[in-house]
Design a protein around this ligand. Structure first.
Ligand code: FES
Ligand SMILES: [Fe+2]
Length: 420
């Protein structure tokens, strides 16, 4: 389907979007160009490139990049493109390398991207200015362990971009009980649908008791009672945070894990408590038990990263109707093995490939993608709670089951996509 892209702003209303936002390949192309290649995109957690010379590779939009840690400890993001004839110089997804050696003709680069080796240099006398032929580096900035990069040199500072999401990132990091928050591992799946469908899902409290009904029936009643209460409680809310970011609270008691809990330690942590008590002082055990389940909110950072309870969800758009989702488990760096094991079990139970949560989400997202092929320009409604949202300082606030976070994300989408 061809669309006049000048009419894009008309495809997003204050509380609805045109269904073609999920299906139109022209719109997707512009999203890649404007949103992913024009703004900040999350590329790594600092713990994934913790050591000097460690690296990970991924794509920003469609452009392959390498994120590295230099010998000086700096984080660098570079295009994964040899300056000779454009071959990718690093094929591994992650690792440790003192040199990136292009496998085509053997040019080699340091972890900061300097060109240091050119085989058979005799043909290049007076031709090559090596100092100008390093791997192209990109704007790279981090906040609270989250590393972002941009292909746009003129992009505003990351700190401005993250806006009011920053204190929520700080709160999110308190789930490591005083240890550094680190990546324990990740798993991935692809689904046949547009990247914005899971992006919407991050602050969608409305779907929880429905899509996750089987999960709620499976878990012990204290967890299911808490999750089911999303539908009823007024203390659960959604807040806009600027630039398309938003947060949805699903457990008000677990917003700030440095504050004492109003609830007893859940029964399912009793075994962990016993294990930890053998080697740690009571106060440390209490802090870990408080933090082990993660925070009680989902934070959506537009466009591609969600800080969700106890894990990160990264979105990688592969095509208008194909998206890779990565679920990244987080733990306490250097913390007790028993605590990190417990965190992995929690992760597996909901997000894991055999988990009861994400598999249901994925099915729902694919149904959205399939359904949106019918009806062309029919609206997708985002108006739940539109009459009960209210101002809260600079932000807007609504109930946690309302579609406020989605309205905020699409307002940002409209701004970036329509910008001449
Ligand atoms: S393309 Fe990399 S050395 Fe030739
Ligand atoms: Fe879900």
């Amino acid at each position: 389907m061809r669309l006049d892209l000048d009419s894009l702003p008309a495809l997003v209303g204050p509380d609805w979007i045109d269904g073609r936002l999920y299906t139109c390949a022209d719109i997707f192309e512009r999203e890649i160009e404007r949103i992913f290649e024009g703004g900040w995109v999350w590329v790594a957690h600092e713990s994934e490139v913790a050591q000097a010379r460690s690296f990970k590779t991924l794509a920003i939009g469609r452009q392959p990049v390498i994120v590295t840690r230099t010998d000086k400890g700096e984080l660098v993001t570079m295009l994964n493109r040899c300056r000779h004839r454009a071959a990718t110089v690093c094929q591994a997804e992650r690792g440790h390398a003192s040199r990136f050696v292009c496998a085509y003709h053997g040019w080699s680069y340091t972890p900061e991207g300097r060109l240091v080796g050119v085989p058979q240099p005799e043909g290049y006398e007076g031709v090559l200015d090596r100092s100008a032929l390093g791997l192209k580096t990109l704007r790279t900035e981090s906040y609270g362990g989250l590393v972002f990069a941009s292909l746009n040199d003129a992009v505003a500072p990351l700190s401005d971009y993250l806006a009011d999401a920053k204190p929520w990132i700080d709160r999110f990091n308190r789930q490591a009980a005083g240890y550094p928050l680190v990546v324990l591992g990740d798993h991935r799946f692809q689904f046949e649908g547009n990247w914005k469908i899971p992006m919407e899902n991050t602050t969608d409290g409305y779907h929880l008791p429905v899509v996750h009904n089987s999960y709620l029936r499976f878990v012990e009643s204290e967890t299911s009672d808490r999750l089911a209460s999303v539908m009823a409680s007024d203390e659960l809310y959604c807040l806009t945070l600027g630039n398309g970011h938003s947060v949805g609270i699903f457990d008000a008691d677990a917003i700030d894990l440095d504050l004492p809990s109003r609830k007893p330690v859940p029964k399912h942590y009793e075994q962990l408590a016993r294990e930890l008590s053998g080697s740690l002082p009571t106060a440390d055990v209490a802090r870990i038990l408080r933090a082990v389940g993660g925070v009680g909110f989902n934070l959506n950072i537009f466009p591609n990263i969600a800080l969700s309870g106890a894990f990160l969800r990264e979105l990688r758009p592969l095509g208008v109707d194909r998206t890779e989702v990565r679920h990244i488990a987080l733990g306490m760096g250097g913390g007790p093995a028993a605590a990190n094991r417990a965190r992995l079990r929690i992760h597996e139970q909901f997000q894991g490939p055999a988990g009861l949560g994400s598999s249901d989400d994925r099915e729902a997202w694919e149904r959205v993608a399939r359904g949106a092929r019918a009806g062309g320009d029919m609206a997708v409604l985002l108006n739940r709670g539109v009459n009960r949202e209210r101002a809260a300082g600079n932000a807007r606030r609504a109930h946690a089951t309302d579609e406020l976070g989605m309205r905020a994300a699409y307002a940002r989408w409209r701004e970036v996509m329509a910008d001449a």
